[in-house]
Design a protein around this ligand. Structure first.
Ligand code: SF4
Ligand code: SF4
Length: 434
């Protein structure tokens, strides 16, 4: 018997399924279809599986094997949603399928331990994440990393985690005081610092804050903020996600800001699109969650709309931009990062052949489905190589780490930077000239 299938049998879910007209126009947009070439690893095939589950045509064995396998192999990149001419809400359909899989899955002792440690005891506590990052910095600097990579003995999930470790610089800002506007003050924004972002690539946060300051914004870092809950949501830890979301909502709504800003496409998508949904039937938090989500913006979007002080420094470099799926397909922020990159004197932006193609990061996909993620990443790196880019520009922490690993594995020897870091370089170049 398939448990808790009701969600996929609701009339709303069935109506969403019925929107698919099987045209197949989404297939070429799908990265897992590109890897496997099989219908069941393409959006149309996955929707057919969802329809079979919804109609009660799957046996428990088929649900546990075919359905779970092919749904779990989906990167949730939502490129198919953008490509679909019929307006199929693939994200909502996938969400229902995931929830049903989670409800039918009893995690074993090891999985429970990993979830408890990673999702509950680490990610929501940025100081603990920083402690781990400092240990990883030692691991990198001491030469142990080189040895581990040369011997190549780690079990698969650990090897996948190790592969995406970025070069760590464990220098952290004291977030108790706001960062003042530089020049004329135009407003006050709240900044979401993230968990992995802050611990492992704090230089991206530093650059983001400086760019906001230079454009006249005082940047606040509301105390009590925590991890966005995206990873916890993915594995169905709904109570924990609600707890984290409440913490963030309370922290950011404690005073009024012009906007709440995130520089990570994935986190921003969760803050912006999931929180209101999480509390739709919670009388105490429904309105607050809506208010919070309505204020969240990606920093590219915000700077592009409030770009009062474009940098004047020259950065003579050929770059390519790799979209974050959640920034592009969920938040629909496509043009703004490109406009910002092109605004920098000296920068030449060369577009990828498939700019909307996922890099294979996809939350924890590159750890739990490492070999498929590697194939997706290899295709991305081949596309990047043809641009002749000397630098890869990203806009999400997961993609950023994945692309660093990809550049190393493909021996491209090019750095990966966030859009805000590229802007920051241009401001610094101008300062050096004066
Ligand atoms: S979300 Fe991405 S991986 Fe999943 S079916 Fe759509 S295009 Fe394919
Ligand atoms: S999801 Fe959209 S594009 Fe894909 S087969 Fe269905 S209707 Fe066509």
């Amino acid at each position: 018997m398939i448990h808790h299938i009701e969600l996929m049998q609701s009339s709303d879910y069935k109506n969403k399924l019925a929107q698919c007209i099987h045209c197949g126009l989404c297939l070429q947009a799908c990265p897992t279809y590109a890897v496997f070439g099989t219908e069941m690893d393409a959006p149309r095939g996955r929707i057919a599986l969802m329809r079979a589950a919804s109609d009660g045509r799957l046996t428990p064995e088929q649900f546990n094997d075919a359905f779970t396998t092919h749904i779990n192999l989906c990167l949730a990149c939502r490129a198919c949603e953008t490509a679909c001419p019929s307006g199929v809400q693939y994200g909502a359909l996938l969400d229902g399928a995931h929830k049903t899989i989670v409800a039918n899955h009893a995690p074993g002792a090891v999985e429970n331990f990993v979830r408890w440690l990673g999702l509950r005891e680490m990610m929501p506590h940025v100081e603990r994440m920083k402690f781990v990052a400092r240990l990883m910095w030692l691991y990198e600097k001491s030469g142990v990393q080189k040895l581990v990579r040369a011997i190549n003995f780690l079990p698969k999930p650990l090897k996948a985690m190790e592969a995406i470790l970025p070069p760590i610089e464990p220098r952290y800002r004291d977030y108790r005081a706001p960062a003042p506007a530089i020049g004329e003050k135009r407003g006050t924004v709240a900044f979401f610092i993230g968990c992995i972002q802050e611990a492992f690539l704090s230089s991206v946060n530093e650059a983001t804050i400086r760019v906001l300051q230079r454009n006249g914004y005082e940047v606040h870092f509301p105390a009590g903020q925590t991890c966005c809950g995206a990873a916890q949501l993915h594995v169905g830890e709904y109570d924990l996600v609600r707890q984290l979301a409440k913490q963030n909502i309370d922290a950011f709504l404690a005073r009024e800001y012009d906007a709440i800003l995130s520089n990570a496409g994935g986190c921003g998508a969760t803050l912006r699109t999931e929180y209101a949904h999480l509390f739709h039937d919670d009388s105490a938090y429904a309105a607050k969650a809506k208010k919070f989500s309505a204020q969240v913006q990606d920093v590219n979007e915000f700077i592009a709309a409030h770009y009062t002080n474009p940098p004047k420094g020259n950065v003579p470099v050929r770059v390519t931009y790799s979209d974050s799926c959640h920034l592009r397909h969920v938040q629909k922020v496509v043009k703004q990062p490109r406009d910002l990159i092109k605004s920098i004197p000296g920068v030449q932006l060369v577009e990828l052949k498939l700019p909307d193609r996922c890099c294979g990061s996809a939350g924890v996909y590159n750890i739990v489905n490492a070999s498929v993620a590697d194939d997706v990443l290899a295709a991305k790196m081949a596309d990047i190589a043809t641009t002749g880019a000397q630098m890869i520009v990203a806009s999400n922490i997961g993609c950023h780490m994945q692309l660093i690993a990809g550049a190393r594995q493909a021996q491209l020897n090019v750095p990966v930077v966030h859009v805000m870091q590229l802007l920051d370089m241009a401001y610094q170049a101008a300062e050096r000239k004066t």
